[in-house]
Design a protein around this ligand. Structure first.
Ligand SMILES: C[S@@+](CC[C@H](N)C(=O)[O-])C[C@H]1O[C@@H](n2cnc3c(N)ncnc32)[C@H](O)[C@@H]1O
Length: 286
């Protein structure tokens, strides 16, 4: 372990990942950083296709920069396509990235990006070319929920895709509240999709009650299912059907967190009524 508070851990399949000692959380804990980033974010958000057809700059928000495995895997996926990509990364610490940069032999996703990462660590932004793609990457260092609530958030370019990779809600409740996802929805453009690793009922009710459309995401090896959210229903391959509401009714953990304190509760009557009125479950008019 380094003095940074992060360490390398070898997963069962032999790949290496980064672990926060203080949080007791391993990043991408089962199939490893690159495989998870590809399955969960690159393929599900159809990053390459959407980047290829973007009329202008394609904007990617990276919530929980960590060791940058998600972003670097995304950049590799679009490197063969001519276009401009803007990456906006958020985290309250750059220590996992600094740590990862010191371990390129074990963390293969770092290879080739060292100069850009050095620059990002030094000045908070980097501009470079990766293959045919022109990359502008900036980091916003600080508490993400507070940043979203500040006027500065509205000056960030609206995202087309969001990689949402905070620690688990039990440890990191502030990153999973309904007000946070409602603010994200306000800031997202009209054509935005968000992917995250959880399939929990509470996550899905939170996203719906924050104004997103929500669909099932594919298995990643780590989870039998994940979650995709979108600003428009048409952006989802598998929107949650009305039958999914039965699961909400039975769940003992479906009430969104209004505050950054983790607790589990069945959905309240008022939120149940709101959910039934969500356009995702209301048949389109004639
Ligand atoms: C699972 S790790 C992210 C791994 C990363 N996406 C990668 O590819 O390596 C979660 C990250 O969320 C960050 N985080 C947790 N709470 C935060 C907060 N309140 N504000 C900003 N970042 C936060 C942590 O510092 C950590 O780097």
């Amino acid at each position: 372990m380094s003095g940074s508070g992060y360490e390398l851990v070898q997963l069962k399949n032999g790949t290496w990942s980064v672990r926060s000692v203080a949080e007791g959380e391993t990043f991408h804990p089962v199939i490893g950083p690159v495989a998870e980033a590809e399955a969960l974010y690159v393929r599900q958000l159809r990053l390459a296709e959407r980047f290829a057809s973007a009329p202008g700059e394609f904007v990617l928000w990276d919530v929980g920069l960590g060791a940058a495995a998600n972003v670097l895997t995304a950049l590799r996926a679009v490197g063969g396509i001519a276009g401009r990509i803007r990456v906006v990364s958020f985290d309250h610490t750059l220590e996992p990235l600094r740590f990862a940069l010191g371990a390129p032999d074990r963390l293969e996703f770092i290879a080739g990006f060292e100069p850009a990462l050095e620059q990002l660590l030094a000045v908070g932004r980097a501009e470079f070319r990766h293959g045919a793609a022109e990359v502008r990457w900036e980091t916003h260092l600080g508490d993400f929920p507070s940043l979203l609530d500040s006027a500065a958030a509205a000056t960030c370019p609206a995202p087309h895709a969001i990689l949402f990779d905070a620690y688990s809600p039990a440890r990191n409740a502030a990153m999973w509240t309904r007000p946070l996802f409602a603010r994200l929805r306000e800031l997202a453009g009209t054509d935005c999709t968000l992917a995250t690793y959880s399939r929990a009922t509470i996550l899905r009710t939170t996203l719906l009650l924050a104004g997103w459309f929500v669909g099932a995401g594919h298995a990643t090896g780590e989870k039998e299912e994940t979650t995709l959210a979108a600003t428009r229903r048409e952006l989802l391959a598998e929107p949650l059907p009305t039958a999914w509401l039965e699961r909400v009714r039975r769940s003992t953990s479906a009430e969104p967190l209004e505050e950054p304190v983790y607790r589990q509760a069945p959905l309240s009557a008022v939120n149940w009524e709101r959910l039934l009125r969500h356009p995702q479950f209301v048949p389109a008019g004639p």
